[in-house]
Design a protein around this ligand. Sequence first.
Ligand SMILES: Cc1cc2nc3c(=O)[nH]c(=O)nc-3n(C[C@H](O)[C@H](O)[C@H](O)COP(=O)(O)O)c2cc1C
Length: 229
Amino acid sequence: MPDLTNLTHLSDLESLRQSYAKGELRRADLDPNPFQQFSLWLQKALDCQLKEPYAMTLATASRSGRPSARTVLLRQFDKDGAVFYSNYDSHKGEDLAENPFGEILFFWAELEQQVRISGRVEKLCESDSTSYFHKRPHKSQLAACASIPQSGVIADREVLEQRFVQLNEQYPVGSDVPKPEFWGGYRLIPDTFEFWQGRQSRLHDRLQYRLQESDCLTEKKWVIERLMP
Ligand SMILES: Cc1cc2nc3c(=O)[nH]c(=O)nc-3n(C[C@H](O)[C@H](O)[C@H](O)COP(=O)(O)O)c2cc1C
């Protein structure tokens, strides 16, 4: 058993309370299109100058159902879905290869808002990934090449730093760093959105958009429902 006697003393978490009163979310205020609704909320978070409001928790699960979550950056959002970039050989990459469903979550504490978006996850086409890779700063391109396999165990930090130095010599600033095969984008294609607004006395507002199955494949109908908080 590990010795926990010297564990840093935390404040009494049970007594910490925050009351939420910044806004309310009514069915009538929602845009019928959840993509538009999300864009409005994210734009507001950007306008309020929150720090990285486009950072999101990405939850995946293995074939056996074991979940895992981590932060990634939303790099594009439009009618086709939510795009993020990563290493295809990482833990999340393995999960998504086995079980191509995920959920992304945004929590904007200052706005007392949370958004959950879930759906199927697909790899971006190679040309879109390559085009984004070359828009990244030179050092970020090198870091993506150096971090292999992402999520693998390494002996120490030195291993990573040496690899970075070697790559920097191989591809000095100004030269073209080839996008590694194992690196690229994913697109989450939403079938559910949930918008959460904190309210007083924990009577929070939760409104969910659910994609309704339709006989006509071209017509997408979103059903909006209020959920118990
Ligand atoms: C603010 C922030 C942004 C991040 N953005 C990304 C990202 O866009 N892509 C990525 O692969 N990892 C990103 N990471 C690192 C991941 O959280 C994670 O450590 C890494 O992707 C390995 O995850 P995995 O082992 O579950 O695959 C970010 C971490 C933080 C804290």
